[in-house]
Ligand binder design. Structure first.
Ligand SMILES: [Mn+2]
Length: 378
């Protein structure tokens, strides 16, 4: 069967030129996605020690929240199917598909869900105006009933034992721990599932853009086994699990942020500095389809203003370095920050200096402990 076990797939009877034209528009191989089984099997790329771990019987229940906007139905549904197929029913409260006011014809989704999931385990919520990914995630979480909220992008496929055992048990041990799966790659042209080598955690640069980095020595030294969690200064994108009440205690996502971007670094800073920890869990693997471009139009200006909000609220006086990188944003209006600054105060969040010293010492501070900085011209 096409794409079974995450194998490379291609359409025999369609010339590549025609596919190429479609990819130009859709940014991925939509005709191929439409014929690959929604229930295809995937390889198990976990390290072998994962399969022999034992976990407690009584774990919290999860609501899996998947936001989409104009995503192809077969991609959305394959994400949902993989979650239902690979999550034990007793720990899966619901899957919530949040339609962020798509204007493409996605009418096939609802009847499909009614037919395949008559028990209503997969719910479809539609926003009544465009919220943007960030606010749409808050909307999904507000409607969730599970003890834990798990956020996934709408173009993912989860793999064996991804949820309950590694993620939920870790949250049960410590409700202020936010956990991320390891993210593998789904090829946008062939749907090949390929393993991400691991050995990396997340950080960011001074422009507040996420950045992968190699696992520092201090983490290797702390770990007691290859299945142990990896503490990470930042999460990559949108794939994580968190105690639902803790998500709201920490203020959810910043409602002042538009569409997409910056929210992953913002929530990472907030988690670490306001009472939580952030970890990657090696025994949980989720495939994510990377695309070179978004399937829908975004205004890059939104992204910049989101990044400015992160800097203004969370960098304390280190925001000077952010503006060295982004002098263009200095005079821009990033909207009202009052409620986010108040949140930081109410939660008694630790300083950015504390974060640098204790969580992210790898971030190089240009103007501290150096003799000179600036540009050198030849
Ligand atoms: Mn994505």
């Amino acid at each position: 069967m096409l794409g079974e076990w995450g194998d490379f797939a291609y359409l025999k009877n369609v010339p590549w030129k025609a596919i190429d034209e479609i990819i130009k528009v859709e940014k991925f191989n939509k005709p191929l996605s439409d014929v690959i089984s929604l229930d295809r099997r995937l390889p198990d790329y976990r390290i072998k020690e994962c399969s022999s771990l034992t976990y407690p019987e009584d774990l919290p229940q999860a609501s899996v929240i998947i936001v989409f906007c104009n995503e192809a139905p077969s991609v959305i549904l394959r994400t949902a199917h993989s979650v239902v197929n690979r999550s034990p029913p007793r720990y899966l409260a619901e899957v919530i598909l949040v339609d962020d006011f798509s204007d493409r014809d996605l009418h096939v989704i609802k009847p499909h869900l009614q037919q395949i999931y008559p028990d209503g385990i997969v719910k479809l919520l539609r926003a009544d105006k465009r919220l943007g990914l960030i606010r749409a995630r808050n909307f999904g979480a507000k409607n969730a009933v599970g003890d834990v909220v798990v956020f996934l992008d709408a173009h993912c496929e989860v793999t064996i034992q991804w949820l309950v055992e590694p993620l939920l048990s870790r949250i049960q041990e410590s409700r202020t721990t936010v956990v991320c799966p390891l993210i593998d790659m789904l090829c946008s042209h062939t749907f090949h599932y390929s393993m991400n080598g691991g050995g990396a955690i997340g950080g960011f640069k001074w422009d507040m853009a996420f950045d992968w980095m190699s696992v520092p020595k201090r983490e290797w030294q702390r770990m007691t086994s290859p299945t142990d969690y990896l503490r990470s200064p930042a999460m990559a994108g949108g794939l994580f699990a968190m105690d639902r009440k803790f998500f709201f205690e920490l203020g959810g996502y910043d409602e002042g942020m538009n569409i997409w971007g910056g929210e992953n670094v913002e929530i990472s800073l907030r988690i670490w500095r306001c009472g939580g920890t952030l970890e990657f869990i090696p025994c949980s693997r989720v495939g994510h389809m990377y695309r070179h471009q978004f399937p829908y139009k975004t205004d890059r200006a939104y992204l910049s203003l989101n990044l400015k909000r992160v800097a203004e609220v969370w960098l304390d006086d280190y925001k000077r370095i952010f503006y060295l990188n982004r002098p263009d944003l200095k005079e821009k209006d990033a909207g009202d920050l009052t409620s986010r600054l108040k949140l930081k105060e109410d939660l008694k969040c630790k300083s950015f200096k504390w974060f640098l010293d204790n969580v992210f010492p790898e971030l190089f501070v240009f103007d501290e402990n150096v003799l000179a900085y600036g540009s050198v011209s030849k």
